[in-house]
Ligand binder design. Sequence first.
Ligand SMILES: [Fe+2]
Ligand SMILES: [Fe+2]
Length: 150
Amino acid sequence: METIYDILSKEHKIVLGMFEETSGSISKEALFRIKAEIEPHMAGEEKLYYPLLEEKEESSDAARKAHIEHNEARALMYELEGMDENSEDWTTRLNELKEAIMHHVQDEESKVFEVSRNILGQQKAEELARKYLEFKTSYREKIEAGESLA
Ligand SMILES: [Fe+2]
Ligand SMILES: [Fe+2]
């Protein structure tokens, strides 16, 4: 069965691929598509995965740092949403977002996953995968229904 690591890594590849595909000139529309991939992923990690790591001393720093990086990515995406896609600032900020996400993914797959493999057993990692996928499904349904995510 798939573990949480398999699923998160797969999604990381999708997002990085979306940045590559449109490299050079990412339109606002392309940014919205990227954002729609990233948001449920970050929310799921924050709701189900990071809290397990924050509980343990050996992984709490890595999880807290990852959470901060999510908020930095959110701030950049929010800023980009309000910008003109033809401006120079747009390209600068977009590259910052891409760098930030690449850096976060690298950190997550090396540091975070590594420490987490010592904490969560195989069974727990599989159970977490199942819960994460359920969370994402309901997150998407709520968005489509226009419901609040709180
Ligand atoms: Fe991730
Ligand atoms: Fe993350």
